[in-house]
Design a binder for this molecule. Structure first.
Ligand code: FAD
Length: 753
């Protein structure tokens, strides 16, 4: 085209070149593009009939330009683009005309018509013009990079708090070559390795650390949880093996037993001399623990208890440590005394001798390979009239008197049952903290990878780190904020549990159940997103997300199924209902103020007071409406079981709203109490990001309630994007502050970048 006679006779026709090139560059000229350009050409008064015919021939789909033509056009256009500051294809077109002669005033007059066509054809004009410019492009997306406005060690110190010394010790041990990962493919080798690791930890005194000093421990529950959390950067089978042995088995003896049991067992449990199990779940009874059918029948003549599995579906199932290593178990069974069923009790039952041989009356079956946690030997256990001395009854709450009568300090069966289970709340603290560590590992891998991995970029400029893309930021930054938020919330829960008073137990149990659910669901969601954010590389086993995902998946099920736990939280909150009624009226007046409902300025949207008000309003409103709904159903004669079932979805939301409020409240308190100004500033941003992303998630509800206008939820969305953009710049230092040992992050996508 460039050399043609027509063009030489009227160089003004070059003005069309950038347009032609751009429409042809995707190789397909659509009918509407043709029609638009034909219309433009026909309307140009300065063109002769022949010239119009010539130009129209250039947009004939039957005779497209050759690749060489296109390349020549591009050279011509690029030259003009570099000569002009023009930001549109028309400006570039004018420059080409100038390069070949003078530009006529008639053509100049057509500038706006030509520019209109550009818009009509849908070129993002600047972008199309940019693509022709050589040299360095300065896009904001490209320039965004990692910065650090705070001291990473100072933030790590804030996270570790009082447990820094024990955390450091565990990390040092994990860095020892003995703790190198092994291929989990061979089930028996993997299980043996995990047991060996658990012994090494017990030798360090980690297993017994929470037990009283007289039984080999240090009476230090806080360190126990910090150990669980830190081990969770390493192998999660090890964490669960550790938790089953020293937490579930040991703590059931400690909390449900009395001094005679502590003296007899605790030291050996803490040293792993006596491996054991926590045998509660049965094939037919998982979440419904009260329904267990295993019997523990007391015989006064022999002062013994007979533990028995009445049918195959009452076998204990999924029991950790059972398939291979456990020598004893705390067995949960119905206590039968003088023919009467006194509800669930716990009895210590020997299962294997020291050599690992199964004892008479006990049948154990291996659960086999699982989706994850294959270093833990889960098994099914059947008891055939296994007789144990009556001292084996863990008798803190359930006793048998010298006269052979049942006795208990708690007379109500229901209350006794829940008090018993309540003492085991520790597991619901250890598991979410382990899940959080796995989330932190996933986030560290995905964020460091995203900071380095480059895909696409402006034409002619280097490719851009994927973490600079807004969607990538929206996928990962709120999850990073969640990890920080949950860290402080779980620390709060741990402190409440350690310093508990009897009368606070019900609240602490609800808190643990809710945070366990929230944190483990969050771990599952976080690790899935991290996997996807690493693309195909995230799918390779060597990059660790696979194992983190598979091992933590069941965290949403064991230690209480999350959905079931959220209902427990709701039931506990309903007991608070009366206290809320009075506040509710006040809320409606102050918080549904039309000015606040529509307020969209940034200062207001970032104000922690606004966040707390919104979370508290949601919590109160959902709780109040759930309580009213239940009452209405029951008043109308509905069976209360049905009334709860009808309201179940609502009740789960009660649980969420409560937990979300607690998490925010603790995060805000942490920000206020942080004295290092730089750390405070980044934590404040993360806290706002947590708050706004939760509000955004629940915006449908806020809009339904009229608590926020559409303009306000839109403004929140916009601000959320901006916060993600800001936090992205510090995302790498923020994951560095998790201080996960390098040996645990041995993922090539992190280490080789
Ligand atoms: C790897 C692994 C290790 C384990 N280790 C142990 C151990 O060492 N010791 C031990 O005692 N147990 C252990 N368990 C058992 C675990 O605690 C149970 O799996 C858990 O309590 C859930 O019980 P379930 O599997 O029977 O599920 P179910 O109770 O049958 O629940 C199945 C589904 O039904 C839903 N559902 C149930 N009830 C309700 C309801 N009322 N309303 C609405 N939805 C409902 C749940 O949300 C869930 O989605 C382990 C399990 C696994 C998988």
């Amino acid at each position: 085209m460039l050399a043609t006679k027509q063009l030489q006779s009227n160089p003004s026709m070059f003005v069309f070149l950038p347009l032609f090139y751009t429409v042809w560059s995707d190789a397909i000229l659509t009918p509407s593009e043709i029609a638009t350009i034909e219309g433009l050409i026909e309307s140009q008064q300065w063109l002769t009939k022949e010239e119009k015919t010539f130009l129209l021939s250039q947009v004939n789909p039957a005779s497209p330009p050759s690749p060489d033509d296109l390349m020549n056009w591009r050279e011509e256009i690029k030259k003009a683009a570099d000569q002009t500051d023009g930001k549109s294809l028309v400006d570039i077109g004018f420059q080409i005309v100038r390069n070949h002669g003078t530009i006529s005033s008639e053509v100049l007059k057509e500038r706006s018509a030509l520019a209109n066509i550009e818009a009509t054809l849908g070129f993002i004009s600047h972008e199309a013009a940019y693509n022709f410019q050589s040299g360095k492009r300065e896009s904001a997306t490209q320039q965004l990079s990692t910065q650090k406005t705070f001291d990473i060690d100072a933030l790590a110190k804030i996270l570790d708090g009082k447990n820094a010394a024990i955390i450091r010790k565990v990390k040092t041990i994990l860095g020892d070559p003995e703790f190198q990962y092994i291929d989990p493919g061979d089930l028996s080798l993997y299980r043996a390795k995990v047991l060996q690791w658990a012994h090494m930890l017990a030798d360090q005194g980690f297993g017994s650390i929470a037990y009283p000093k007289e039984f080999g421990g240090q009476n230090d529950m806080a360190s126990y949880f910090a150990i669980m959390e830190t081990l969770s950067y390493h192998d999660l089978s090890l964490v669960i093996k550790f938790g089953v042995q020293f937490g579930l088995w040991g703590m059931s003896v400690y909390f449900l037993g009395t001094e005679k049991h502590h003296k007899k067992y605790l030291k050996d449990i803490g040293s792993l001399e006596l491996p054991g199990c926590f045998a509660m779940t049965e094939i037919h009874h998982g979440s419904n623990v009260k329904g267990v059918e295993t019997t523990a029948t007391y015989d006064h003549a022999s002062k013994t208890i007979t533990v028995h599995t009445p049918h195959a579906n009452a076998r204990k199932e999924f029991i950790g440590n059972a398939a291979l290593h456990g020598q004893m178990a705390t067995v949960f069974a119905k206590l039968i005394v003088e023919g009467k069923d006194y509800g669930v009790c716990a009895v210590v039952v020997p299962m294997r001798d020291k050599k690992g041989k199964t004892l008479p009356g006990i049948t154990i079956e291996d659960c086999g390979r699982k989706m994850g946690l294959n270093g833990v030997d889960n098994g099914k256990i059947e008891f055939k009239n296994v007789i144990v001395p009556s001292e084996n009854l863990l008798d803190r709450y359930t006793m048998i008197t010298g006269e052979g009568k049942f006795a208990s300090p708690i007379s109500s069966d229901n209350k006794r049952f829940f008090t018993m289970l309540g003492t085991l709340v520790g597991g619901r603290i250890g598991i979410p903290r382990a899940g959080l560590s796995a989330s932190k590992s996933g986030l560290t891998i995905a964020i460091k990878y995203g900071d380095q991995r480059r895909q696409f970029g402006p034409e002619g400029a280097p490719e851009v780190p994927i973490l600079n893309y807004r969607t990538h930021q929206r996928r990962l930054m709120p999850l990073l904020a969640n990890a920080y938020a949950l860290h402080f919330a779980l620390q709060y829960l741990t402190n409440r549990f350690i310093n508990r008073k009897e009368e606070e137990m019900q609240e602490i149990e609800a808190l643990a159940a809710g945070l366990k659910s929230f944190a483990t669901w969050n771990a599952t969601a976080t690790l899935q997103e991290c996997r996807e954010c690493c693309g195909g590389k995230g799918y390779l086993s060597e990059n660790r997300i696979e194992v983190l995902k598979n091992d933590t998946d069941v965290f949403t099920t064991f230690e209480g199924d999350n959905t079931v736990l959220m209902q427990l939280v709701a039931k506990s909150r309903l007991t608070e209902f009366k206290n809320y009624v009075a506040d509710q009226a006040k809320t409606s007046i102050t918080e549904l103020n039309p000015i606040i409902v529509r307020k969209t300025d940034e200062e207001h949207l970032l104000d922690p007071e606004f966040h707390m008000d919104a979370f508290e309003y949601r919590e109160r409103d959902i709780l109040t409406s759930a309580a009213k709904r239940l009452k209405r159903h029951i008043d109308q004669g509905m069976d209360s079981f049905d009334a709860f079932n009808v309201s179940q979805h609502h009740l789960v939301q009660v649980g969420f709203a409560y937990i979300e409020r607690i998490v925010l409240e603790k995060f805000i308190e942490q920000v206020e109490n942080t004295s290092d100004k730089n750390c405070q500033s980044i934590l404040k941003k993360l806290c706002a990001l947590f708050a706004l992303s939760q509000i955004d998630k629940n915006k449908g509800w806020y809009l339904e309630q009229g608590y926020m206008s559409g303009a306000k939820t839109k403004a929140i969305r916009k601000l959320l994007n901006q916060l993600c953009w800001d936090v992205r710049q510090e995302a790498v230092p923020l994951v560095d502050a998790f201080a996960i040992p390098a040996s645990c992050l041995a993922a090539p996508i992190v280490t080789q970048n």
